[in-house]
Design a protein around this ligand. Structure first.
Ligand SMILES: NC(=O)c1ccc[n+]([C@@H]2O[C@H](COP(=O)([O-])OP(=O)(O)OC[C@H]3O[C@@H](n4cnc5c(N)ncnc54)[C@H](OP(=O)(O)O)[C@@H]3O)[C@@H](O)[C@H]2O)c1
Length: 282
C-alpha cells in the first residue's frame, strides 16, 4: 500500500476502507476483518457511524500489529464544545479499544467548532491522537474557523470524485498543505460515474474495472480515497491500483468530467439544522 505524507510529516496509507452505513454488531466486524485480510491498513470510521466497537474488535482479532493499522474516527456534532469533545474523544478510544487514534476529525463544520478543536489539539499533546483534521469544510467555512486553530488540520475529508473535484477548495487547502480525503470516491455507487465512457475506455485499456480507474485517478491527484465495499471481490480490487499509471492526457480527460458541484453542500444552512438535530446518544 502506498502512503502520502501529511503536513505534520506523518504518513497515511493512500487508500482506506470506508465503513459508512455498515451496521455494528457483526457486519462491520466482518467487513473490517475481510478488508484487513485483503490488504487494507487504513480504516475510516466515525462516532456517528455507531460502529467503532466492531472496528476495534476486528483490528484486535486480525492478529495484525496495532502499529501497522491506521485508524481514523470522527467526533459527532452532539459532542462539540470543549468539555463534551474531551468526553467524546475518550468514548472513541474506549469503543475502539485503543490507546491512541491515528487521525481524528471534526465530522461536520457547525456548532461550537473551535471549542471542540481545542480539545482535539490537547489530545494530540497528550498522545491520545496522532493527527487531527476537518471534514465537509468549504472555503467559506475555512475562512470562518482557520484563525482559531493552533494546530493546522492535516486533512479535509470532503466529497470528491471525477464529477466533484473541489477545484477551488483544493487551491485554498494546498496553501496550508492540507490534503484532501475523498468521501464518495466512487460516487456512492453512482452508475453515471461508473459507466462513464471515458472511464470505461480506460478500464478496457488497462484491463481494470471502472472503480479501479477512478481510484487510480484519485491517487494520482494526490488525494486519499476511502472506498467502501462489502463485496470481497470489489474490496480486493479497490486496492489493486498500484500496477499501472494513467498518462497526463488521461488524467486531463478525467479532469474534464468535473461538474463543479456535489450531492452535499455544507454551506446550505438547512444541512446545519438537520445535522445538528441528529443524536447518536442520550
Ligand atoms: N466525512 C463524511 O461526511 C463522509 C460522508 C460520506 C462518506 N464518508 C466516508 O467515505 C467512505 C466512502 O463513501 P461511500 O461508502 O458512501 O461511497 P463509495 O465508496 O463512493 O461507494 C460505495 C458504493 O459503491 C459500490 N462499490 C464499491 N466498489 C465498487 C467498484 N469497484 N465498482 C462498482 N461499485 C463499487 C459499493 O457497493 P458494494 O458494497 O456492494 O461493493 C457501494 O454501494 C464511507 O464509507 C465513509 O467512510 C465520509
Amino acid at each position: 500500500m502506498k502512503s502520502f505524507e501529511l503536513n505534520n510529516k506523518q504518513l497515511i496509507p493512500a487508500v482506506g476502507f470506508g465503513t459508512f452505513l455498515i451496521p455494528n454488531n457483526g457486519p462491520t466486524y466482518d467487513a473490517v476483518l475481510a478488508a484487513l485480510k485483503a490488504g487494507y491498513r487504513h480504516i475510516d470510521t466515525a462516532a456517528g457511524y455507531m460502529n467503532e466497537s466492531d472496528v476495534g474488535k476486528a483490528i484486535k482479532d486480525s492478529g495484525i500489529d496495532r502499529s501497522e493499522i491506521y485508524i481514523t474516527s470522527k467526533l459527532w456534532l452532539q459532542d462539540y464544545g470543549y468539555e463534551n469533545a474531551k468526553k467524546g474523544i475518550e468514548t472513541s478510544l474506549r469503543l475502539l479499544d485503543v490507546d491512541y487514534i491515528d487521525l481524528y476529525l471534526l465530522h461536520q463544520p457547525y456548532g461550537d467548532y473551535l471549542g471542540a478543536w481545542k480539545a482535539l489539539e490537547e489530545a494530540v499533546q497528550e498522545g491520545k491522537i496522532r493527527s487531527i483534521g476537518i471534514s465537509n469544510v468549504t472555503v467559506n467555512l475555512w475562512n470562518k474557523f482557520k484563525d482559531g486553530m493552533t494546530i493546522m488540520p492535516v486533512v479535509n475529508q470532503v466529497e470528491f470524485n471525477p464529477f466533484t473535484q473541489q477545484k477551488e477548495l483544493r487551491k485554498v487547502m494546498d496553501e496550508h498543505q492540507i490534503r484532501l480525503e475523498a468521501w464518495y470516491p466512487l460516487g456512492h455507487g453512482n452508475k453515471d460515474l461508473l459507466e462513464n465512457e471515458i472511464i470505461s475506455q480506460l478500464a478496457q485499456k488497462y484491463h481494470k474495472n471502472a472503480g479501479q480507474i477512478i481510484l487510480r485517478w484519485i491517487y494520482q491527484e494526490g488525494v486519499i480515497s476511502l472506498p467502501k465495499s462489502t463485496n470481497p471481490k470489489r474490496m480486493k480490487g479497490n486496492i489493486d491500483i498500484f500496477d499501472f499509471e494513467l498518462t497526463e492526457d488521461e488524467m486531463k480527460a478525467i479532469q474534464s468530467l468535473d461538474t463543479g458541484k456535489g450531492t452535499h453542500n455544507p454551506d446550505d444552512l438547512s444541512n446545519e439544522t438537520r445535522l445538528m438535530g441528529l443524536k447518536i446518544h442520550d
